[in-house]
Design a protein around this ligand. Structure first.
Ligand code: FPP
Length: 254
């Protein structure tokens, strides 16, 4: 829904989501459109990223209220390292600022923060901030928040394949025992159910190397809203759309 034409309040939308009952366990979001949002305001791209943090906060709160168990946010891709150095630096600082500033609130809300991706490339300060918040919130279970940072899905699958090959070479695993479950157990997302719903904002219609394995049967919801304008009401719209669908997982309806 476009901004400005909404007729229902967040509370009314939430009541509809709850009344339906079938809430997705796991929602994944490709947060896109920060740069365009900033350009529309004649501001630098980093202004869009900073404003996007408000949406992150609102969507986390909205997810908790709706009873979502897992929320996966694509915050920084491996390809994003190729952006201009000042934008990469600003995104790293924002990440560090976000986890430092929000840690108390996330912890008291019962959020378990996990950071998934090639963390060896993070700045030392960002890596330390990530370690602090993930350690501190590790035992929480109201919402599992997966933040994908320096993440690329093909690389994740290659790493999993390499780990399985190592197990075979070292005699811990037979080739015939390699199956989807064993490969899934070597991904960063091991132990998480696959996303029920993938949301991408800003009108783009691509997966962009995000969770290629895990999204096999996920429902897709493409929103025209630019990420800094995305609120919990938009999240509830996405859930209501999901609730109206029939999931068949490749089978026929009964
Ligand atoms: C895509 O917009 C967004 C990103 C590359 C970064 C997402 C980061 C945030 C929302 C803020 C920080 C969040 C956390 C969790 C710390 P884009 O720059 O590709 O936008 P464009 O397609 O309009 O150029």
């Amino acid at each position: 829904m476009l901004k400005g034409v909404r007729t229902q309040s967040p509370a009314e939308l939430l009541a509809q989501v709850r009344a339906h009952g079938r809430v997705p366990r796991h929602i994944a979001i490709i947060m896109d459109g920060n740069g365009r949002w900033a350009r529309e305001r004649f501001m630098p791209r980093t202004f869009g990223h900073r404003s996007g943090m408000t949406s992150v906060r609102d969507v986390i709160e909205g997810s908790i209220e709706a009873g979502i168990e897992y929320l996966s946010l694509f915050a920084f891709s491996q390809e994003n390292w190729d952006r201009p150095a000042d934008e990469v630096g600003a995104l790293m600082s924002l990440l560090e600022e976000y986890v430092e500033r929000e840690a108390d609130e996330l912890h008291s809300a019962g959020v378990c923060v996990r950071v998934l991706g090639d963390l060896t490339r993070l700045t030392a300060a960002a890596g330390e901030a990530v370690g602090r918040v993930t350690g501190r919130t590790a035992r929480n279970d109201r919402l599992i928040l997966n933040l994908f940072i320096s993440y690329g899905s093909r690389d994740e699958i290659v790493r999993a394949a390499r780990a399985l090959a190592t197990d075979v070479v070292e005699g811990r695993l037979a080739v015939d025992d390699i199956d989807a479950d064993r490969l899934g157990a070597r991904l960063y997302t091991a132990g998480c159910p696959d996303p029920d719903l993938l949301v991408r904002t800003s009108g783009e219609q691509r997966i962009s190397n995000f969770l290629l394995w895990q999204l096999a049967y996920s429902e897709l919801y493409l929103s025209p809203v630019l990420w800094p304008d995305f609120t919990r009401s938009d999240l509830y719209d996405a859930i209501l759309s999901f609730q109206a669908r029939e999931r068949r997982f490749g089978r026929v309806s009964v």
